[in-house]
Write a protein that binds this ligand. Structure first.
Ligand SMILES: NC(=O)C1=CN([C@@H]2O[C@H](COP(=O)(O)OP(=O)(O)OC[C@H]3O[C@@H](n4cnc5c(N)ncnc54)[C@H](O)[C@@H]3O)[C@@H](O)[C@H]2O)C=CC1
Ligand SMILES: CC(=O)C(=O)O
Ligand SMILES: [Mg+2]
Length: 604
């Protein structure tokens, strides 16, 4: 019986996921198709299709293959690189972003193929750090809109506006209010670049069909005076809404999106801390949603912390003894500590908060956070240090980072402050006195200029035996005598695509802590001992699709185990529950979209 069921399953899978591209229905003809990047193939339209779709005569007669188009684009990209050698980095990066963006606006299939194949080179352009520069210069760079914009002026209209989006199906939404874009602060409507970049990563890493992604900007105003006075600023010229007025806009958007696409996963991105926590609590039980800065970052950092422990040659249970100093008590820093605390509680089998917090020190712009802190943020309060027995002596409220490092001698120094260079020479040198044989320094703030230190400085001042990770990419550091200081990119891009994909394909009603933990553990176990010994904590971004497949499968398994899964498409819960671990991995990878030209069939 089991074998029969299995055979039927395999047969259905092979039908469902045939590798021959199925036809794609298109409701337009002629130039409308050429101007639609979802369907456009440029010079690659075969002659038969040109006839069928009214394209004959609208293109030069010779048909060029996909591979030729690909090579042509890569040639122009390489010549751009060559021709801009020696120019300032920001000029070169923006030129690269422009050429990629132009391709995106013309032909998405080709764009996503070059992105997937060259993700290591292109991620720093479409994602951090260049995406930060793009957001800062959005007014000047704007040519074509991408995604949807819901502003405070649209109150009461969103339920109908959502139907203006041309795609009948949306699987993945990334939404921001632009209030904390990377470490660059309030960029108002210009923050739309972040959902766009994150969703490009979803397509590249998780294989979400680009016709089913939706970047969203909630424009509730900006408190950035410079932007309010900027002639080119494209957002509402008003201060940010606050309180209930603000929440009513987010509520309305959430209801509208859910009404049209009840199964879509909604990722919150780059909201200032107060709204990041508030919206997470408000929506996480009602919608399939997560906050990437709080939860995705936490998972990646935890995986990195486990890796740092392995690099010291210590077993996982010793995690409870790792002394961790976190600089930055915002959504990301507190998210990391909350997840680390959960991990410690699980290991010591205790729900006693004090015990689980014992190894953490948290600093913000006013220094070490202790129980003496006046007007302490409720989110930071659980991590405030006391002064009783068992505490490191001589540490006062507001102690500086240097004082904390010198007294605590932490195993890990982790920055999520958004302040570039805050791990200065003195701080890094103080890490040489760490109690760890292999101290970890994570400068996780983005973009590059906001990193707490550079990779070169970390290895130079803290010593060659450190393990290092940064949020934006740095080159590996040559330490002389052929030795390399490996640079890891501790960025939530390693997890959010798998979290979103796993949630989507499980059909989970919501995204639980268990699903997020499963994602983090999967990433942590991905790296081999051999790599860990070298100081490599995260896999190369070149294998991001493979990583995302594994993470997505881990998330699905957790959703099934927690009875949150409901199935996806024509795979119902029963079928999901009968899948083996391998079959779940197979299910994930077969559901990933891959850019190839599908035959287009016109339908009125
Ligand atoms: N690598 C990654 O995957 C991620 C990196 N980040 C980065 O983390 C940074 C912070 O993000 P959020 O926590 O959301 O921002 P946030 O604005 O909520 O928090 C920033 C925190 O840093 C503190 N801070 C500011 N100046 C400081 C100083 N001189 N010394 C110590 N602390 C200081 C603030 O008091 C605040 O607690 C950003 O640069 C962001 O790009 C955020 C999410 C993911
Ligand atoms: C990576 C990311 O999500 C951030 O810097 O906000
Ligand atoms: Mg973010």
């Amino acid at each position: 019986m089991w074998n029969l069921a299995r055979a039927a399953w395999i047969l259905r899978q092979s039908r469902r996921f045939s590798t021959i591209p199925g036809p794609c229905i298109v409701h337009k003809r002629g130039t409308d198709i050429l101007h639609d990047p979802w369907f456009n193939k440029d010079t690659a339209f075969p002659l038969t299709e040109r006839d069928r779709l009214g394209l004959r005569g609208l293109l030069p007669p010779r048909v060029i293959s996909f591979e030729q188009q690909y090579d042509r684009f890569m040639d122009s990209y390489r010549s751009l690189e060559h021709n801009t050698k020696g120019e300032p980095e920001s000029i070169v990066s923006l030129a690269k972003w422009r050429i990629l963006n132009r391709l995106h606006d013309r032909n998405e299939t080709l764009y996503y193929r070059v992105l997937i194949d060259n993700i290591k080179d292109f991620a720093p352009i479409i994602y951090t750090p260049t995406v930060g520069l793009v957001c800062q210069n959005y007014g000047g760079l704007f040519r074509r809109p991408r995604g949807m914009y819901f502003s405070a002026k649209d109150k009461g209209e969103m339920m109908s506006m959502i139907y203006n989006w041309p795609s009948p199906q949306v699987d993945m939404i990334v939404v921001t209010d632009g209030s904390r874009i990377l470490g660059l602060g309030d960029l108002g409507v210009q923050g739309i670049g972040i959902p766009i970049g994150k969703l490009d990563m979803y397509v590249a890493a998780a294989g979400i069909n680009p016709q089913r992604i939706l970047p969203v900007m909630l424009d509730v105003g900006t408190n950035n005076q410079k932007l309010l006075q900027d002639k080119l600023y494209l957002g509402l010229r008003q201060p940010r809404l606050e309180g209930d007025e603000y929440l009513s806009i987010v509520d309305e958007f959430m209801e509208a999106a859910h009404a049209r696409w009840p199964k879509a996963v909604i990722q919150f991105e780059d909201f200032q801390m107060k709204w990041a926590f508030e919206t997470l609590q408000r929506y996480r039980k009602r919608f399939c949603t997560f906050n990437d800065d709080i939860q995705g970052t936490a998972g990646v950092a935890l995986a990195g912390l486990f890796g740092a422990l392995r690099a010291q040659g210590r077993p996982l249970k010793d995690f409870v003894k790792q002394k961790i100093v976190v600089v930055g008590a915002g959504s990301a820093g507190i998210g990391v500590l909350s997840m680390a605390k959960q991990a410690v509680s699980k290991m010591i089998g205790s729900s006693d908060n004090t015990e689980a917090n014992n190894q953490f020190w948290l600093l913000d712009k006013d220094g070490l956070i202790t129980k003496e802190r006046k007007n302490i943020d409720p989110a930071a309060a659980p991590f405030a240090r006391g002064f009783g027995p068992g505490e490191v002596e001589g540490l006062r409220e507001g102690a500086s980072l240097l004082e904390v490092i010198r007294k605590v001698k932490p195993h890990v120094l982790l920055g999520l402050s958004g302040v570039g260079g805050i791990f200065d020479e003195q701080v890094l040198k103080a890490m040489q006195e760490s109690d760890s044989s292999r101290p970890a320094i994570f400068a996780m703030s983005n973009p590059t200029m906001n990193a707490e230190c550079t990779a070169a400085d970390a290895f130079k001042h803290a010593g060659e035996n450190i393990v290092f990770a940064s949020g934006s990419p740095f080159q590996n550091v040559s330490l002389g005598n052929g030795k390399i200081g490996y640079v890891n990119q501790a960025n939530n891009m390693y997890l959010f695509p798998g979290i979103g994909l796993g949630a989507l394909l499980s059909g989970a009603r919501l995204i639980s802590d268990g699903m997020l933990q499963a994602a983090a553990e999967c990433l942590a176990s991905y790296i081999t001992d051999e790599d860990i010994q070298k100081g490599i904590l995260f896999p190369s971004i070149s294998s991001i699709r493979h990583i995302t497949t594994q993470v997505g499968a881990a998330v699905i398994r957790a959703a099934i185990a927690e009875e949150l899964a409901e199935g996806h498409g024509d795979v119902d819960l029963k079928e999901l529950m009968h899948m083996s671990e391998e079959e779940i991995v197979e299910y994930v990878s077969r559901n990933m979209w891959y850019p190839i030209y599908s035959p287009l069939v016109h339908e009125k």
